[in-house]
Design a protein around this ligand. Structure first.
Ligand code: ADP
Ligand code: MG
Length: 690
């Protein structure tokens, strides 16, 4: 009835509400004023006019000028998309999510309303309502499968085009065609903005037949660049020491941005920095430590943008995501390890490697220090290495990665002759042929190179063709529930277990409880997940068992999405065989991963991959690595090769030779042709060459 609230309390509530409203209004006013201070704003009129006049526009400026956050809003405010949605693609999911949140905030809108995002396994948009949609380049490429003319969009901005990811590159090609079909004179024109940091802009202009290039001069300050005298033996330690020295010796304010290679590095660095600060206590100013990498949940990501409180210093420890995709205000010091994790292919086998960055990237990284005032960039490599050992520009991803997924997607979009496709930089013919062959062996293409029924299903699954094939095969073995779990966990496996320095023994013995020797890492992953489910998805359980809660949470989310997708690809999701029948589970997985198999060599320690004949070993993090040499399985399947100083197989499970013949007869025939079975038949101790 509402009559029970005393008048005084009502006034109090009203007062509180008014205060909140005022705070919100003043925050919004300052956000709006902030928008006007961005370098892009000074050129708004000209840019809008250029967009009216030209269908394709290349925009290039220093990072932080406002391209990503402002251009989609200009298009909306000037009604340049004809009432349709504006897509803005990002190479990285973190960037898509965080920029969407920022733009929603600037517009005083709810995230998922007028402004939304769509990344793999997570969609925060409302059809018909969302007008600005940030999405990963990969997601837009997927949308093209269902809607080849992108009819729901009136404008597409390909952001961060200079990064040259495979998906952005290919979208660039497909958009060139779409632009012709949906020209400015048609009823539903499609406007295209190609946006890039200062590198590569000319190349895009040329590619789009001389499309106008709109250059926005930025405001930047001088950056003093320092090198190490000698090469660093351990870049992680060097980075940590440099951060602490900077923190102690440099005046406040002035935040630090550190570039490392990946989640493991970053977590380790953050842990050590925290420990060191604890030891120093209040002898130094408080240091706010913020990690940032792709799989970080959005609440934690938001922390990096919070203004640093007076008297404190913030240190952001990042992968190369902060190189151009995200701009963090207040950075004065940059620490650059000079390395990044990136894909590379050799002998047709792709792997993730830590590699030196290019000079162009090094320059970008240094530039991050000069946004607010003169800054300092500390490079953890020598000047000699910079000028003699780094490549001038990064090699486009398409030329250093496995292109299977891409080839299958293009094929299913109706691109028949890949050798004639108008790539911005084409992958080598060899790598295209390799991909065609793998897809044929997988059964996704037939011998004419046409997409099969299976291939069409594989395209629907937003994972690698191997994982998709494994999931689809699980229907034949009656173990879809199990394979769903393993497939979802595989993507999280690298960040699943943690081993705090002072509790290694406890962590290892906790891990021991999940170990499934016969089923290898795959079944072990399943055991972890199932035990967590039994513990009712508990956080405490994760802490007690040294398992990352957020990795499991993500796996759960992915699993739900994949399970929901099963119907679309006509596989009954509910089949289950139970953990005891692990042969079936491994066979289903092998149906996707038969090409990732290796046999034990005669030294009893190394393996040789069946295809590519690469010498490799089981990664120490595998449950099989703890095996006595005498018990190492003769034949294994792995999910990934990682290259450090050696080639390592990660996520390894023992398999039997006959299974390969059963699930992948074409491949097995070929492998036998290469001599796999012959070697096996030799009596023990009798070498072939000897
Ligand atoms: P560009 O795309 O040209 O590099 P952006 O549009 O990303 O520039 O950035 C413009 C401004 O918006 C920067 O000052 C940046 O700090 C701010 N900004 C961008 N994203 C966020 C965010 N998620 N939170 C807070 N500020 C942000
Ligand atoms: Mg940007």
């Amino acid at each position: 009835d509402g009559g029970g609230i005393p008048a005084s309390q009502q006034t109090k509530e009203l007062q509180a509400f008014k205060e909140q409203l005022e705070a919100a209004i003043s925050a919004e006013t300052s956000l709006q004023e902030g928008r006007k201070k961005l370098p892009l704003y000074a050129m708004r009129e000209e840019m809008v006019q250029a967009m009216r006049d030209y269908q394709i526009l290349i925009v290039s400026s220093e990072t932080g000028s406002g391209k990503t956050t402002q251009i989609p809003q200009y298009i909306l405010e000037e009604n340049l998309a004809g009432g349709l949605t504006i897509a803005c693609t990002q190479p990285r999911r973190v960037a898509a999510m965080s920029v969407a949140a920022r733009v929603a905030e600037e517009r005083g809108a709810r995230l998922g309303g007028e402004v939304g995002y769509s990344v793999r396994f997570e969609n925060k948009t409302t059809p018909g309502v969302t007008k600005i949609k940030f999405l990963t380049d990969g997601m837009l490429l997927r949308e093209l499968q269902d809607d080849p003319t992108l009819s729901q969009y009136g404008a597409v901005m390909l952001d961060e085009a200079h990064e040259r990811t495979i998906s952005t590159d290919v979208l660039g090609v497909l958009l060139k065609d779409l632009a012709r079909a949906r020209g400015l004179e048609t009823e539903q024109p499609l406007r295209i903005i190609i946006s890039s940091a200062t590198m590569n802009a000319d190349k895009f202009s040329q590619y789009y037949d001389g499309a106008p290039l709109f250059f926005v001069p930025g405001r930047t300050f001088a950056v003093n660049t320092l090198f190490t005298q000698n090469p660093e033996a351990n870049y992680l330690q060097a980075a940590i020491t440099t951060v602490m020295q900077t923190h102690i010796s440099q005046p406040l304010p002035g935040d630090i941005l550190v570039f490392l290679t990946g989640q493991q590095d970053i977590d380790e660095a953050c842990e050590e920095l925290e420990a060191t600060c604890k030891k120093l206590g209040n002898r130094v100013a408080p240091l706010i430590i913020c990690p940032i990498y792709a799989t970080l949940p959005s609440e934690v990501q938001a922390k990096i943008f919070e203004p640093t409180p007076k008297g404190c210093r913030k240190v952001v420890v990042s992968t190369n995501i902060a190189e151009t995709s995200l701009t963090i205000d207040g950075i004065v010091f940059v620490v650059d390890c000079g390395l990044e994790k990136s894909n590379s292919v050799s002998n047709g086998i792709s792997s993730l490697q830590t590699q030196p960055i290019s000079r162009a990237s090094a320059v970008q990284r240094a530039g991050r220090a000069g946004r607010v005032r003169d800054g300092i960039c500390m490079r953890l490599y020598t000047e000699y290495a910079y000028s003699h050992e780094l490549e001038e520009e990064p090699i486009p991803e398409i030329q250093r990665s496995n292109v299977e997924s891409l080839v299958l997607q293009l094929k299913s979009l109706g691109v028949d002759n890949l050798l004639d496709f108008d790539f911005i930089d084409a992958p080598s013919a060899e790598s295209l042929m390799g991909a065609l062959e793998s897809l044929y062996l997988l059964g996704a293409l037939n011998s004419q190179g046409e997409v099969t029924r299976l291939g069409r299903k594989i395209v629907e699954v937003p994972s690698s063709p191997q994982l998709a094939a494994a999931l689809i095969a699980s229907a034949n073995f009656g173990c879809t529930q199990e394979v769903l779990t393993i497939v979802s966990m595989l993507e999280e496996s690298a960040s699943l277990f943690y081993r705090p320095k002072d509790q290694k023994v406890h962590a290892d013995s906790a891990r021991q409880r999940f170990t499934h020797k016969e089923g290898g890492d795959h079944l072990t992953l399943m055991q972890v997940y199932n035990t967590w489910v039994e513990a009712d998805y508990s956080i405490t359980w994760c802490k007690e068992n040294f398992v990352q809660y957020r990795s499991l949470q993500r796996a759960r989310l992915v699993r739900e999405q994949l399970e929901a997708l099963c119907e679309r690809i006509e596989i009954p999701p509910e089949t289950t065989c139970g953990a005891g029948d692990y042969d079936k589970i491994l066979k289903a997985l092998l149906s996707g991963f038969f090409a990732n198999t290796a046999t034990l060599t005669r030294d009893g320690r190394h393996y040789r991959t069946l295809s590519g004949k690469i010498q490799t070993r089981i990664h120490p993090s595998s449950v099989l690595a703890a095996n006595d040499q005498a018990y190492l399985p003769k034949l294994v399947m792995y999910s990934e090769l990682r290259v450090t100083s050696e080639e390592w197989m990660s996520n390894v499970a023992p398999i039997e030779a006959s299974w390969i013949g059963e699930v992948a007869p074409h491949f097995w025939k070929k492998a036998k042709g290469d001599g796999v079975e012959e070697r096996k038949k030799l009596p023990k101790g009798q070498g072939r060459a000897a």
